[in-house]
Design a protein around this ligand. Structure first.
Ligand SMILES: *[C@@H]1O[C@H](CO)[C@@H](O)[C@H](O)[C@H]1NC(C)=O
Ligand SMILES: *[C@@H]1O[C@H](CO)[C@@H](O)[C@H](O)[C@H]1NC(C)=O
Ligand SMILES: *[C@@H]1O[C@H](CO)[C@@H](O)[C@H](O)[C@H]1NC(C)=O
Ligand SMILES: *[C@@H]1O[C@H](CO)[C@@H](O)[C@H](O)[C@H]1NC(C)=O
Length: 495
């Protein structure tokens, strides 16, 4: 009787112990899965031709070989114009960045600031300044570096990106965000997505425009090829950046073209500007860019007045004179201006100014080409008065340019890049998963080795089955020892 009771008691106690141990282990295991990973941060300044933005990214920091998902934490728009506009006053370029750096100090936990890499990449605005004045270019880059270095972050350099880099990093960003390279699963593992699609990237800035995609056949002109190795897979990306063919420089070329065509008639008719809108500018301002060659009769103080006529058809035909569609030594594989380009392949994301322009016209993310053409045409026929009535809060300089920009972009896409039969493959997008599309994310991913060139191993921590086996083994061992103790105790003579 006594012995039986003791055995039952011992069994109950040991079962209880097992239950408690198993519970503790399960909780520990569960916690390690759901505990938020310590976040890491990284920042990139996008020093574009018209403005500068600071992108702050974050990702779970403890991922094996950094295969965690990077997302955008914050964007800060720098007040004022792009850094190239400070050519005459380089220290002001540095000072302009301070407000966003101070904001980053608030956004990033203090303990992590010194471990947060920060990069500055300048694009076509600075590439153009480099063409006109190397000294000023260096001074501006020095001043922006100096200011970033005065903050507690891990400054990793300020430099001017090449056009190839800008195109390739935009392409990396798109496909990273769409999980075209690898797909992240919840428990930190990754898989190569089945039937994955790799998309092309179309970027329209103020001073340059980029196209990047993986063509069907090998790239014939090595100057346009970017060979990338990402997660153990090789990609040959075709990419080209057209300097001076960003929206603002293209419209400047158009103005110079109109002025030269006018035979110095005053005023100059501008078929892309709305009827009722006039713009006066000095020749000095109009020709203040290496993208337009000064005519022999150039006079910097002479005043030019452009008078809008809302002439959509003529506006479109002028676009064909600023991009050269006949020069092509790689026929039929050509973009515009004689640049080699294999035929476009697969789906594309068109972002930055492409997105803003088409979004304003209600043509995002996708609209059939005939609808696009009639929408642009209808918009371009409207007078300034009717536009101002409908859009009282849109800045005049934007409202004035939407017609010209839309005709320009659709000419580049359809006639330049030859999306004539594949228009429906273009998606006009600004973001994927709350993260802006642009070159900055791809740039940071590459420079911080967040995309390893080699295949990462799948093993991250202890596998579930192995864990279960360990729990069972420990519990069984405890149970056995308790049983032995109980038996020994029973066999001990009673006092
Ligand atoms: C370049 O800029 C520097 C500093 O502003 C100026 O002294 C120099 O004359 C400029 N050079 C040219 C070629 O314009
Ligand atoms: C296009 O380029 C070719 C070759 O460079 C040139 O001969 C032709 O005049 C250009 N056409 C236009 C419209 O500028
Ligand atoms: C990415 O970075 C590596 C060096 O870390 C460099 O060799 C490579 O060219 C970069 N990729 C691109 C697309 O620039
Ligand atoms: C991480 O990368 C290093 C070097 O690239 C490699 O030797 C190692 O096996 C990788 N680890 C995992 C778990 O992928």
């Amino acid at each position: 009787m006594m012995v039986k009771q003791t055995i039952v008691r011992a069994l109950v106690v040991s079962l209880g112990c097992i239950a408690i141990i198993a519970l503790i282990l399960t909780v520990v295991q569960h916690q390690s899965l759901v505990l938020p990973h310590r976040l890491q941060y990284g920042m990139v300044f996008d020093a574009g031709s018209t403005h500068t933005s600071l992108y702050i990214y974050r990702w779970p920091g403890n991922k094996e070989n950094n295969t965690g998902v990077v997302s955008q934490a914050l964007v800060c728009d720098v007040d004022g114009l792009g850094i190239s506009s400070y050519a005459q006053n380089p220290p002001a370029a540095g000072i302009s960045l301070k407000k966003c750096l101070e904001m980053a100090e608030i956004a990033i936990p203090e303990g992590q600031q010194t471990a947060t890499p920060v990069y500055l990449g300048a694009t076509a605005g600075m590439r153009l300044l480099q063409l006109t004045n190397q000294t000023q270019t260096e001074q501006v880059m020095e001043q922006v570096a100096k200011v970033i270095q005065s903050f507690p972050f891990d400054f990793r350099g300020a430099r001017i990106l090449s056009g190839i880099e800008e195109g390739a990093y935009g392409w990396i960003t798109v496909n990273y965000l769409l999980e075209g390279f690898i797909k992240h699963s919840f428990d930190g593992e990754w898989v190569r997505p089945k039937g994955r699609k790799i998309l092309g990237a179309l970027d329209m800035g103020g001073s340059s425009t980029q196209i990047a995609f993986t063509p069907v056949d090998a790239v014939r002109d090595p100057a346009t090829a970017a060979d990338l190795k990402l997660y153990g897979h090789k990609y040959e990306v075709y990419t080209h950046s057209y300097l001076c063919y960003g929206k603002d420089q293209a419209l400047r070329q158009l103005q110079a073209h109109l002025l030269e065509m006018s035979g110095l008639a005053k005023p100059v008719t501008h078929s892309c500007f709305p009827l009722g809108y006039n713009m006066t500018i000095t020749m000095g301002n109009l020709y203040d860019s290496p993208c337009v060659a000064k005519p022999t009769w150039f006079d910097p103080t002479a005043v030019v007045t452009f008078v809008g006529t809302s002439d959509s058809a003529r506006c479109l035909s002028h676009m064909r004179s600023i991009i050269n569609l006949t020069a092509c030594s790689f026929a039929p594989d050509c973009g515009f201006n004689g640049v080699y380009q294999p035929s476009v392949n697969g789906d594309f994301f068109a972002f930055s100014a492409y997105f803003y322009t088409f979004d304003f016209l209600g043509l995002t993310p996708q609209a059939p080409l005939p609808k696009v053409l009639t929408t642009i045409d209808t918009f371009c026929r409207r007078t300034w008065a009717s536009l101002k009535t409908e859009y009282p809060n849109v800045k005049d300089s934007y409202l004035r340019d939407y017609c010209a920009s839309a005709h320009y972009m659709r000419t580049v896409l359809v006639e330049g890049y030859k999306f004539n039969t594949t228009w429906e493959n273009i998606y006009f997008q600004k973001q994927v998963a709350d993260t802006d599309i642009g070159w900055t994310l791809g740039y940071m991913l590459n420079l911080t080795n967040l995309i390893p060139p080699d295949r990462p191993q799948v093993v991250t921590g202890v596998q579930r089955s192995q864990w279960a086996a360990e729990v069972f083994f420990i519990a069984f061992a405890v149970f056995l020892s308790l049983l032995v103790l109980a038996v020994l105790w029973i066999w001990t003579p009673n006092q």
